[in-house]
Structure formats: C-alpha cells, structure tokens
Design a protein around this ligand. Structure first.
Ligand code: FUC
Length: 803
C-alpha cells in the first residue's frame, strides 16, 4: 500500500473516533499528566460485570482485570450444634443482667468453623507492550465520566498515539483501541497474565485464551491464608476463562508463543471478555457452564461489529444513564479546572476550597455505581465495586451488611441510577430465600435472616475471621439483612416501580416475620432484640470495667426493627395485601420502647447509658434512624437535637476515621440541615480518605466512601423523606426540600436530574443561596409540596416522557 493510500485510510480511521474525542469538552473527567505508577493512581472502567484498572503507561500498558463472579471458595455455612438452645440461655443471662457470662457462653457455644469464606479474586492482567523506551512528550491520560472512556494520548517523536479503553455494557466486552497518526508505524505486543491457576495460550494468529480454575487448599492445622478461623473446604472450585482477539488496521497480527504481536499497523483494536462457571440461580458454580465457550460466544458476537459501532453503542448506552444528572456548585474556577485531578486533590489536602472537585467526585461516585452494578451484572457492587487486584482482598471484598453494602446503594435512587439496583435485587432475593434455613435452624423462626458478611455463594450463617468475632460481630447482629431489605423499600419510593415492589414484598415480609418471631418480652414489658449489640463498638461494663459488646435492645437494633416494620407495612398498604402481617406489625410496634436520650442529651447507643469503649468509633449505628431512615426528623425535636449531640461527641473524639464513616457523617449533617458541617466533612473525605484516582480509602481502598459521599451531596441539595401530613400509607406523598443543607461556599449553582421519593425528578438553579428556578417532572403531572426559600409551596410537575 502506498503512503497516500495509508494516509487516507488513517484519516478515515481517526474520523471514526471523532465523536468520542471532540464531544463534550466540558464533560466531567479525571485527568493526569503522568502514567499511574501504582493501583491507587490507575483509572477504573467497568460495565457492571467486567472491570479494569487502566494504568496509562505509554511504553507498557497494564489493564488489571476483574470479572464480578470470580470468587474463591464454595458454599460454606457454619452451624453450631444446638444453636437455639444455647441462644435461649444467652437470652436468659442477658435478661438477668449477666452480660459477661452471656458473652463468654456465646463465644464458647454459638460459634463454629468455618468461621468465614474465601475471597473475591482478580481475573488477571492484560499487558500491551510498546517497549521501545522512546522519549514521550505531550502525555495525557484521562477518564471521561460521561463517555466511560479511559484515554491516553502521547507523542513519540512526531507521531501522536491515542489509546482508548472502555467496557461496553451493550456488547459485554472490554475494548482497547490504539491509533497513530503515522500510518504503518504501530507495533506492540499483547499478553495476558495471572498470578496463579491459569494457563494462557494463543489460538490462530490473533487470539489469546486464558483458562483457569481456582484450587483452594484447606489448612486443617488451624489457619488458612489470612483467615485464622478457616474458610471452608479445599478443592477444585470456580472455573473461569478470558478470550481476546486483536484486530489490526493495516499491518499484521501474529501469535508468538502465548503472546500476540501487532506490527506496522495504523490502528489496532483489542477485544476481551471473560466468564466464570458461577450460576446465580444456584448461588454456586455450575459445571454445566463452560466459561471458555461462554466468553467465546460473547467475543465473536462483538468482533463482528466494526469499532465505530462498538463505540457508538457504548456511548449511547453509557451517556443515557450518566447524563441524567449534572451539577454545578458555586462559580466554575477556570484556573482550578486546568489543574490535573491529583493536583486539585493535593491542593484540597492543603486546605484549598474546590467546589468543582466536590462536583467531580460526586459524579465519579455515580460513574462508579454504573460501572460496578449495571446489566450485564448479576451481582451487586462489593466492598471494592468490582475492582480488586489482590488474591485475598481486604475483608474478602465481600458483601458486608452492617453498613457497607447498604451505603453502596444509597445513591441509586437520588442520583437517578435506578438500574444499578437490579443486580443487587437479583442476588439479594436469592439470599433471602436461602436465609429461611438459617432462621429456622438457628432461631426456630419463620422468615429469613442474614448476618454481617456474605458472598455470591449466599452465606446465611454468621461469618467473621475468628470464632470470637463470629459470635460477637456476626451472631449478635441478625438485623443486617432486614436493614438491606428496608433500604430496598426506600429505593422503591424513588422509582414507584410496582413490579419491583411486588417482587420485593416477600423479602420484606420474611424479614419482618423473622423479627416478629425473634423479639422477646423484657422485664419492663417492652419487646426487644435479645441478645443485641451496636456494630462494632463496645461499652465499658459498669461493674467489671471491662470492654463488652453484648446487650439487650441496642438503639441500632430497635431502630432497624422500626425501619423494617415501617417498610413492610407501607409496602403491604401500597400493594393492598397482607392485612394479617400489618396487624401483627402494629401490635408489636405498640410494644417497642421509644428511642432514649442519655443524661447528657445524646441518643443512647445501648438501652442503658453505658460509657463507650471507643467514643470516636467509626460506626454511628444508633443514628440509622436519622439516616438512611426517617425516624429522627425535625418533627421529633428532642431526638433531632440528641442526634446532633451524638455526632458532635463522636467527632470530638476522633470519629469518622474511615472513608465510609466520613461519608456517612456528610449524610448525617445534611439530614441535620447543617450545610457547613456537611461540606466540611465532604472536604475532609477528599483530603483524608481519597486516593489520587479519587477512589475512597478506608484505608485500604473500599468503595463505600465514594458512594456514601455521592449520596451525601444529593442529601445536601434535595431531601424527600418527610411525608406530607395526613398522606395515606397506600398513597404516600413526600415533601421535597430544596437546598436543605446548602453551605455558604456554594451561593450559586444548579442541579439537574436528581430524583426524589414519589418518582419526581428535580432540576433547579440557585443564586445568593436562594432557589431561582425549579422544574419538576413526574410520570403523570401533579402538585407536589416543596420547601423552598423558607416557605412551603405547591409546585406542579410536568409530565416526564418515557419511564
Ligand atoms: C465493617 C467496618 C470496617 C470495614 C468492614 C469492611 O466491619 O467496621 O470499618 O468497613 O466493615
């Protein structure tokens, strides 16, 4: 081919990419002027099921790969013998005030191995080796959140190279595209790697296969890897595979051993997909699934489409979700907008105010939820979303149900990403079904139960790293599943999707059924959860002066009892069914003790005014009634004031130390209508718990802080948990509060597309702290009560086309 011809073809090739490169110069993006040197600088992309961290190194690009269901282990449960009998004894001891004895008794008899389960694992790495070490100039890498594309551009000599990477939800593949503007000069190697248990081979001239199976080894001598309490049997467990094809534009692709090599090309596209033999409906791996074949089918389908089609399908799907919401906080500062994202973050760490970075971080949270929890995903976003590079991840990267998974989904409703809850619901519904067995076997109760930590295998017996922790952190907290269920009802309130509610109802009803069976009468005639605890804090025993966790009727548990009862009752009313459950809930509710204040006016964490072992503890579980639920509002002024005191006290003692705890604090202050404090803690999250790639650090990386912060900003700008007085349970109406917690630092701004309960979508602008324009839409037009600029007004909504 002569050079003119090559140039023409190159021009056509590059034109195909223009829509992506030119569109939306002001779209939110993270950008850097150096390649990532470590994981906490790399940029996450994902389609819910497949994820990658893109390092953006010009010479040697690494994509660290994940597939959501690639888990070590197998279904494991721990069934301590005679659990119910021993539980009754623990109850008796606690009700007799013998908490120390109850704790020792429980640890000895109510825990069993395997105490825990194995970890979520990485799929491997894709390496693109440009290995010439030539001098690089004009380097830039970015993640455009609206496009869902990680893009690296650089110059080598006078050639400009562009690498674009995205994960298409429409075609379920990772797409890497490399181009140069010097036709025929592009050459690079392609290889796949995995630390263990995988073989890599080439097939034909342009394909790579990765085939693997996790082989777990059980250590019977008292420890398995980092989990001293055992993690289940060894054996040949999950199978997995990845399939890759490289397509060169001009130039050649050929296989060299277990690698591919692209030579003398003008552009190249690498497609990769992966699968495991995990079967969600079985909550197990399933040998009838061939992950290699499954991957190949997906890959071949995608490979038939030209790059331009893959790109346009991806952009259309991604933008349709992402662009629902836009936000501007304060005046845009062009000088800051010109800084790299890590430089902006570093400036905030030094005390700079940067509302634009808050807005970017908020949008990044939305982007992360889309990228870790949308179809084709079948599993919810775990502790790291889907991004994990460790063979044994911190806390197994599991589904933690004493705040973390719940926090992951706080933005789903308000940040207008309803679809992201679908994978959560798929899995959670099955978990609840499985949890019927543990309710029956452990509590002799109806309904279902789930505890602190669980996984894709649907563990429904208490799980933690040691026997002691299994009892004290997991067994003592049987309300974790009910919390998640009640939150899913709240999610419904944002969408109004009755089909979803009908599907959720058995989950809600089963959670309430368990609670109805499990509440026990206390000597003062009220009902309480016994034994009980407040995650993961301890109190100082008034007599022994020792730290202890076990108690009766913690505020956390009793608040969750209210929350699940309210959710079930409201759901039954809306669906017009199950009067029987509603009556039983009403009877039990009448016997629940009120939330109490201590002598210093703080809401009590435990039923008694015990002294906290850690007054600055990261969990503030006694405030679940303030957020995410609606038990503590300005309509309950004493509790509202008591909640504020709880927070002030926690924070005065070093509270909000972890990313997620800081993010929760933002939400709490927003609910307390304190915009200054909410902003202060948002900035603290950025300066203390955020890595250069804007991912949250617990430490280490844990994604809940990102999601919690995104939800927190929604709470600052728009709230809708107040019910219109007199509105019927079957037809709930909510009051929308605009700018309930606006800080002085953002006097002007605008937001579009936030969702409120009742299925309303709100756009509004503000100036000098006052709302200047409102536009509300709903499926059918109606009048909505709105608190705005200090007054309660009625605002008519406009009809929203489509859903
Ligand atoms: C809870 C928290 C920890 C951590 C873990 C995954 O146990 O107390 O801080 O977030 O979950």
């Amino acid at each position: 081919m002569n050079n003119l011809c090559r140039s023409l073809l190159a021009a056509i090739w590059i034109t195909a990419a223009w829509p992506a490169q030119l569109a939306g110069a002001d779209e939110p993006r993270l950008w850097y002027d150096r390649p990532a040197t470590n994981w906490s600088e790399a940029l996450p992309i994902g389609n819910g099921r497949l994820g990658a961290m893109v390092f953006g190194n010009p010479a040697r690009e690494r994509l660290q790969l994940n597939e959501e269901s690639l888990w070590a282990g197998c279904p494991t449960e721990a069934w301590p013998a005679d659990y119910f009998k021993h539980l009754e004894e623990v109850r008796r001891l606690v009700l007799a005030g013998k908490n120390t004895e109850a704790s020792t008794y429980g640890v000895q008899r109510l825990a069993a191995t395997p105490t825990s389960f194995r970890s979520y694992e990485p799929l491997g790495d894709l390496w693109l080796d440009f290995g010439d070490g030539a001098a690089v100039s004009d380097f830039r890498r970015e993640l455009n959140l609206a496009e869902g594309i990680a893009r690296t551009t650089w110059k080598r000599g006078d050639a400009t190279l562009v690498r674009e990477v995205f994960v298409s939800a429409s075609d379920d593949v990772i797409v890497v595209r490399v181009t140069t503007d010097k036709p025929g000069t592009l050459s690079f190697g392609i290889s796949l790697k995995r630390e263990r248990q995988a073989t890599i081979s080439s097939r034909g001239a342009d394909r790579l296969n990765l085939d693997g199976q996790i082989i777990d080894v059980e250590k019977k001598d008292g420890g398995y890897e980092d989990n001293p309490g055992l993690s289940g049997p060894g054996g040949a467990h999950m199978k997995f595979a990845a399939r890759l094809v490289a397509l060169a534009h001009q130039g050649d692709v050929k296989a060299e051993g277990d690698k591919l090599r692209v030579t003398n090309a003008t552009g190249a596209t690498v497609l990769l997909t992966a699968a495991t033999d995990y079967n969600l409906s079985k909550l197990n791996f399933d040998r009838s699934i061939d992950p290699g074949k499954k991957s190949e089918t997906i890959l071949n389908r995608a490979a038939k489409k030209p790059y331009s089609e893959l790109l346009s399908r991806h952009l259309a799907e991604h933008r349709a979700m992402f662009n629902r919401v836009s936000v501007r906080l304060g005046e845009v500062d062009p000088a800051r907008e010109k800084l790299t994202t890590d430089a902006r973050l570093a400036a905030v760490k030094k005390g700079a105010d940067d509302p634009g970075l808050v807005a970017l971080h908020f949008q990044f949270g939305r982007y992360l939820l889309m990228s870790s929890s949308r179809r084709p995903a079948r599993l919810p976003a775990n502790l790291q979303g889907i991004w994990n590079d460790r063979m044994w991840a911190p806390w197994e990267s599991d589904f933690h149900l004493n705040i973390n998974l719940q926090m992951n989904y706080w933005p789903a409703g308000p940040a207008n990403l309803a679809e992201t809850a679908e994978p959560l619901m798929d899995w959670f519904e099955l978990l609840a079904r499985r949890g019927r067995e543990s309710a029956r076997r452990l509590y002799e109760s109806d309904g279902w139960v789930a505890f602190l930590a669980t996984n894709p295998f649907g563990r429904v017996t208490p799980s933690a790293s040691t026997l002691e922790s299994q009892f004290l952190n997991a067994s003592l907290d049987p309300m974790c599943g009910a919390w998640m269920a009640a939150q899913l009802f709240d999610y419904y309130q944002f969408t109004g999707d009755r089909k979803f509610l009908a599907r959720l109802y058995p989950v809600l009803q089963g959670a309430s059924e368990f609670v109805l069976d499990t509440l026990v009468p206390t000597p003062n005639g009220t009902l309480a959860m016994v034994p009980s605890t407040s995650p993961e804090n301890q109190y100082i025993h008034p007599e022994t002066k020792k730290r202890i966790r076990i108690t009766a009727g913690s505020t956390y548990h009793m608040s969750l009892v209210h929350a699940i009862f309210n959710a079930t009752d409201r759901a039954a009313a809306i669906l017009g069914k199950d009067e029987n459950t509603r009556e039983r809930i009403a009877e039990a509710t009448a016997k629940l003790p009120p939330l109490k204040l201590g002598p210093d006016g703080r809401i009590l964490e435990w039923a008694e005014p015990y002294q906290e072992a850690e007054p600055g503890h990261r969990h503030v579980s006694h405030l679940v009634g303030l957020h995410p639920f609606d038990l503590i509002t300005p309509a309950t002024p004493e509790l509202f004031a008591g909640a504020r005191k709880v927070l002030d006290y926690r924070l005065a003692h070093g509270g909000a130390g972890t990313g997620w705890s800081r993010a929760w604090t933002v939400n709490f202050f927003a609910r307390l209508q304190d915009g200054e404090a909410a902003r202060e803690h948002y900035l603290a999250l950025l300066s203390r718990s955020t890595m250069p790639n804007l991912l949250d650090t617990h430490p280490p990386f844990q994604i809940d802080g990102n999601f919690g912060a995104t939800a927190g900003l929604c709470e600052m700008l728009l709230q809708s948990h107040e019910q219109v007085s007199g509105s019927k349970p079957s037809d709930q109406q909510f009051v929308l509060a605009l700018l309930p917690a606006l800080p002085n630092a953002w006097p002007t701004g605008s937001v579009k597309g936030l969702r409120a309960r009742g299925g309303i979508v709100a756009d509004f602008d503000w100036k000098d702290g006052k709302v200047t324009a409102i536009r509300l839409t709903s499926a059918s037009p109606r009048a909505v009560q709105v608190r705005v600029n200090g007054a309660l007004r009625s605002v008519d909504t406009q009809r929203r086309p489509g859903k």
